[in-house]
Ligand binder design. Sequence first.
Ligand SMILES: C[S@@+](CC[C@H](N)C(=O)[O-])C[C@H]1O[C@@H](n2cnc3c(N)ncnc32)[C@H](O)[C@@H]1O
Length: 258
Amino acid sequence: MAQNDYQDFISKIKRKTGIDLSLYKEAQMKRRLTSLYEKKGFASFEVFYEALSKEHQLLDEFLDRMTINVSEFYRNSKRWEVLEQKILPKILAENKRPKIWSAACSTGEEPYTIAMVMSKFMPLSELQIQATDLDTNVINRAKAGVYPERSLNEVPAEIRKKYFTQEGSFYKVDDKIKKTIVYKQHNLLAEPFGGPYDLIVCRNVLIYFTEEAKDELYKKFSAALRPGGIFFVGSTEQIFNPAAYGFDTEDTFFYRKQ
Ligand SMILES: C[S@@+](CC[C@H](N)C(=O)[O-])C[C@H]1O[C@@H](n2cnc3c(N)ncnc32)[C@H](O)[C@@H]1O
């Protein structure tokens, strides 16, 4: 009964929003959503769905709960050093105007970090980075570019000085950095990928997906990269059989398309 309740909810949400919850790890997603509807005073997924189909704000809260949006600048900063010192010089030797995609970019810390690192190699006026996320709320926050201090913990001092302005207890990203990013809403599990890209950064979202969904996505990411292009994943998201997707391991958490 409880199992059907969730399965029916999945079907209805898919019809309403195009979001396929069956491709997200079930135990974790169910737990997150159950705690949300219980907090709101509903007794089952069925009554929760009835309410959110009528109330836009509740649908927004559902979206907010299912998409885990935490992010920070220079997340796992050692990896960004590898990107700067080892990966980017090679990419730029092959293409001076690389095509870059930050997939599942959340509130913008990741694409802005890419731009800050790239600024060491090329004028910002020549840089364009695509950044996408499923959730339009986070995209709007990314466009605003205003962050609490804790998001900046890993930002190197000289970058903090150069590209952030403090306003009260918040930090604003410099307009020259903001202008390099083109934001767009995009569902990784349902929409085509563009390309060919020189660099795709997709971090800390694949962990939420089922093994089957991940398998499909690795194939799509691989197909969206040019030969020699790099796929940069999160620090818990090692690919165990990269060759199956046409990848060689370039460094820990970096894969090169063969
Ligand atoms: C934990 S954040 C990761 C942010 C950033 N990449 C980082 O590593 O700091 C995960 C993001 O994935 C997004 N997301 C979840 N499902 C998605 C999907 N099907 N397509 C695109 N983005 C998705 C969420 O909205 C959320 O902003």
